[in-house]
Design a protein around this ligand. Structure first.
Ligand SMILES: [Zn+2]
Length: 278
């Protein structure tokens, strides 16, 4: 007769676990996920040690092993990130609580980024800085900077693997989002859903090259094997939002819109449009 894989006691004829142990384990894991989520969005208390105690005791009482416990905490963390961006941008408190959970349960950035949740938190923090009129100093560039920055210019973000297009026809559309937007202190923020369904149309564009797109507090830079240029943020007259990238239109008469596919229109648009207000 096998032992129950949860409590370790004899499980009964042809059984590998007690019904009650299995159900308790599943319930316990759900509670852990819910507690983590709740700690970020509307915590009953701000005490991470208390949360750790609650979770450890649930794990012990319901025979949740270390791996499964980590899974449940991760699930709560990811959902909490999603919720934090649902109606608004990630606020400072939410960010602090997310990082407290990361530290408390020794979760690595790789673990938290399996579904890009960690990246989303970093992006949210950068957008919050820019929307508040501050130049973020969160990006540490490893290796050589692909652009020759001016003195007193700060890099805010680098997009890798960006497809660059020019427009066949001039000024075909004006950049207006139809979705939800809100003013946050100084900036104008569009939430994720505003960008859905607006993709860059290949019939209207000519592919130029693939390269790196850099955003500073003064310019947009692009660098690829065949072309390199920079655009002054204050020379851009319209920002065209797409689900997968952005179109930029300069204020000269014959300028055609330049389009960049970054894979994340939400972040690209909010970042560049608001960096231009800095
Ligand atoms: Zn059992």
């Amino acid at each position: 007769m096998a032992n129950c894989k949860f409590c370790g006691e004899p499980a009964g004829f042809l059984r590998r676990s007690h019904k009650a142990c299995k159900a308790g384990n599943a319930e316990g894991r759900k509670s852990v996920t819910a507690l983590v989520q709740e700690f970020v969005s509307k915590p009953r208390h701000e005490n991470i040690t208390l949360l750790e105690k609650e979770i450890t005791s649930i794990a012990r009482n319901n025979h949740i092993n270390v791996d499964k416990l980590k899974e449940s905490v991760l699930e709560g963390w990811e959902t909490a990130v999603e919720n934090a961006f649902a109606d608004d941008i990630l606020d400072e408190q939410e960010e602090e609580r997310l990082l407290a959970i990361q530290e408390c349960f020794s979760l690595t950035q790789d673990e938290l980024d399996q579904n890009e949740s960690f990246t989303r938190v970093v992006k949210g923090a950068i957008l919050r800085d820019v929307l508040n009129g501050n130049v973020p100093e969160r990006l540490a560039i490893q290796g050589e900077m692909p652009f020759n920055l001016q003195k007193s210019e700060s890099i805010i973000w680098l997009f890798q693997d960006v497809d660059y297009f020019t427009q066949k026809v001039q000024a075909v559309r004006v950049g207006e989002t139809s979705g939800f937007s809100m003013r946050i202190t100084k900036g104008l923020y569009y939430r994720t859903g505003s960008f859905q369904g607006r993709t860059i149309e290949s019939t209207e564009t000519v592919y130029v090259d693939n390269g790196t797109l850099g955003i500073t507090d003064k310019h947009v830079y692009f660098s690829s094997p065949s072309t390199s240029f920079r655009i002054r943020l204050d020379k851009i007259v319209s920002f065209i939002p797409y689900e997968d990238g952005i179109g930029l239109h300069k204020d000269t008469n014959n300028a055609k819109p330049q389009t960049f596919i970054t894979g994340d229109g939400w972040f690209t648009y909010n970042l560049i449009a608001n960096a231009a207000q800095l």
